[in-house]
Design a protein. Structure first.
Length: 484
């Protein structure tokens, strides 16, 4: 076995996978972060078995035991945020400040849910019948499969694992195979946190190899997934059609095609900052990215000119180099997809006003200059399908009403933003945007960790993630009637 192999973590033991897979740095593909285990279906079943076996113990752990374990994990992530942020930048390609910011967010999430573990209460109501009372309590689901994407290698695992454990569930965690490093680090920290063996299991592996097992095994009570719409639909199907064990509860966070509406009365600098940060930071690889910039007539030309100038000034380079604004695209496949959408948009009549070129830097990596498409319409494929890269389309609108209608005319409904100095327009937009999250004079991406996260339409399904609302998915309600 290779000395640097990072193994899976099952039933409190580090176990080799059936194969290993190199974790490659997208800023410099000669740099291999390490070799990481790949599980097969049999190993995934072993992890489910371990979680199932740990459940009787962890589900009755005291709130203090749960809080202590989560607080330990959160404190260590915060203490090591520079190192973990660097690992994140190295394996995923976010810039170092973005990586450290995300590691910090993950630490805060674990500490938030350490507190929530102590605050799980219930309700006591008098019955409509004499001499009877009713108690409403929340219980953990059981074994939960957590399947996470590559674009937030530490924050998304944190915001699923922390509430799952806080409410007494046992977890089988499968990170995206592009970013096993942060996932392994979470498991390693958790292995020293006082969790009983089997409460948290890490199975690194490909969705095509172990996904069906993680979703279809009758011992799995719930599946929390963030990733593509297509995979989300497959998961939903197998959760509802499962033959044994009843349906599994599922929570899906999928795509976004988020609009940022810029109104004539907007502060131009705010509008450009929101657009650039929302569309291009984290290389645009966020489901909350602002990919449709819907701009009203009288500010349109000034906005485009300022946006193009700002976009051209961005420094695209190695994610870990000081001064880099935008790191590389995550891999070759994603880069090709970005370029393909740019070609389609131009065929459909859009103009490439800035960027959109594959560029060389000092090392072999996946560098793409952020692209501004102008003369775009909302009907183009590039305005309807999620690209998941540093590509923004500017769509012209006559006035506020048309801008709002265009913003809502999308199969997706995750985050929706408006830049305006009009209180009236902001209030109307907040009420009428068909999205789970609305941003006023802020980028569509970049969310707090203590409040609900999620969308509408094709973007999401199931209860919200994060904050107190996370309890809706990770617990099941029991109603107990007590007679005299
Ligand atoms: C953010 O914008 O801060 O995959 C979070 C994603 C989202 C998370 C976005 N689930 O991009």
């Amino acid at each position: 076995m290779h000395a640097t192999e990072h193994r899976n973590f099952i039933a409190g033991e580090w176990v080799a996978g059936v194969r290993t897979h190199p974790n490659v740095n997208p800023s410099d593909t000669r740099d291999v972060v390490g070799e990481y285990a790949l599980a097969d279906a049999a190993q995934a079943r072993t992890a489910i078995e371990a979680a199932h076996a740990a459940f009787p113990k962890w589900s009755v752990a005291t709130p203090q035991q749960r809080a202590d374990a989560l607080d330990f994990i959160g404190s260590e992530i915060l203490a090591r945020k520079a190192e973990l942020g660097d690992l994140l930048a190295r394996e995923e390609g976010k810039t170092l400040p973005e990586g450290v910011g995300e590691a910090t967010r993950a630490g805060h999430i674990f500490k938030f849910f350490a507190g929530e573990a102590l605050r799980t209460g219930g309700e006591l109501l008098p019955s409509v019948r004499p001499g009877v009372s009713v108690e409403i309590t929340r219980e953990p689901l059981g074994v939960v499969s957590i399947i996470t994407p590559w674009n937030f290698p530490i924050a998304i695992p944190a915001w699923k694992i922390a509430p799952a454990l806080a409410y007494g569930n046992c977890v089988v965690f499968k990170p995206a195979e592009l970013v096993p490093g942060c996932a392994w680090a979470i498991a390693e920290i958790a292995s020293r946190s006082g969790l009983p063996p089997g409460a948290l299991n890490l199975v690194m592996g490909r969705g095509s190899q172990i996904g069906d097992t993680l979703v279809g095994d009758p011992r799995v009570a719930g599946v929390s997934f963030t990733g593509s719409v297509a995979t989300g639909h497959r998961i939903a199907q197998s959760c509802v059609t499962r033959k044994e064990g009843g349906m599994a509860k599922f929570q899906l966070e999928m795509g976004g095609k988020n609009p940022l509406v810029v109104l004539d009365d907007a502060d131009l600098a705010t509008a450009v900052t929101c657009a650039v940060q929302g569309a291009f930071y984290s290389t645009g690889q966020r489901c909350t990215a602002s990919s449709r910039l819907i701009v009203t007539e009288r500010i349109h030309d000034r906005f485009v000119e300022a946006l193009v100038a700002k976009t051209r000034s961005l420094v695209i380079d190695d994610a870990r180099k000081a001064g880099t604004d935008i790191g590389p695209v995550v891999d070759e496949r994603q880069l090709e997809q970005d370029l393909e959408y740019l070609a389609i948009a131009r065929q459909e009549g859009a103009t490439l006003a800035a960027g959109g070129e594959r560029v060389e830097r000092g090392a072999p990596g996946f560098y793409l200059t952020p692209a501004v498409l102008t003369h775009a319409t909302n009907a183009m494929r590039s305005s309807r399908e999620e690209i998941f890269g540093p590509v923004a389309s500017v769509i012209r609108a006559r006035d506020y009403d048309e801008a709002l209608a265009l913003a809502n005319d999308s199969p997706m409904g995750l985050s929706s933003g408006v830049v305006t100095t009009s209180l009236k327009a902001a209030a109307h937009f907040k009420r009428n945007a068909q999205a789970g999250m609305v941003m006023v004079n802020l980028p569509t991406a970049g969310v707090d960790y203590h409040v609900p996260f999620g969308g509408r339409k094709a973007s999401s399904f199931g209860p919200r993630e994060q904050g107190r609302y996370a309890a809706e998915f990770y617990t099941t309600v029991k109603t107990a009637y007590v007679g005299a």
